[in-house]
Design a protein around this ligand. Structure first.
Ligand SMILES: [Zn+2]
Length: 140
């Protein structure tokens, strides 16, 4: 039996974002129609992995999702105050933290498109606010 889905998302394991990510996917009409990869640090594993094999593993997962489920889109999602990046305290300002994630997301997009030019890539930053709300910023 052929079974396909629209997209694949790569996001961090951080439990604080779980409910919000589910709601985000629901709002996008993607919940139940998307493969999910959850790895500590999100795209850090592609652009600045602790081990080169971490990046290879993720690229293979994307390929498998494409082969098995014929995905058209990859959503790359990083988040603020990410432990794998040293948390919020690793940055001098929110702006600096945001810039680092934007730059890593763009870098990851480039690497994915080099290998899978037919895929559409969407870049999202999940931002933990001071009120502990989560909002999603999509990058153009
Ligand atoms: Zn994280």
């Amino acid at each position: 039996m052929q079974h396909t889905c629209q997209a694949l998302i790569i996001h961090c394991i951080d439990f604080r974002f779980g409910k919000a990510i589910k709601k985000y996917l629901e709002d996008q009409g993607l919940l139940g129609d998307i493969d999910i990869i959850s790895v500590a640090g999100g795209v850090k594993n592609i652009v600045g992995p602790n081990e080169p094999s971490d990046a290879e593993f993720l690229m293979k997962q994307i390929e498998t999702s494409k082969t098995l489920h014929d995905i058209k889109q990859v959503i790359l999602m990083n988040h603020t105050d990410c432990g794998a990046y040293g948390g919020r305290k690793a940055f001098n300002s929110n702006g600096e933290e945001r810039e680092k994630h934007f730059s890593d997301l763009k870098d990851a997009e480039t690497r994915i498109l080099e290998k899978f030019p037919e895929l559409e890539v969407k870049k999202v930053l999940a931002i933990l606010t001071h009120e502990n709300d989560i909002r999603f910023e999509e990058l153009g």
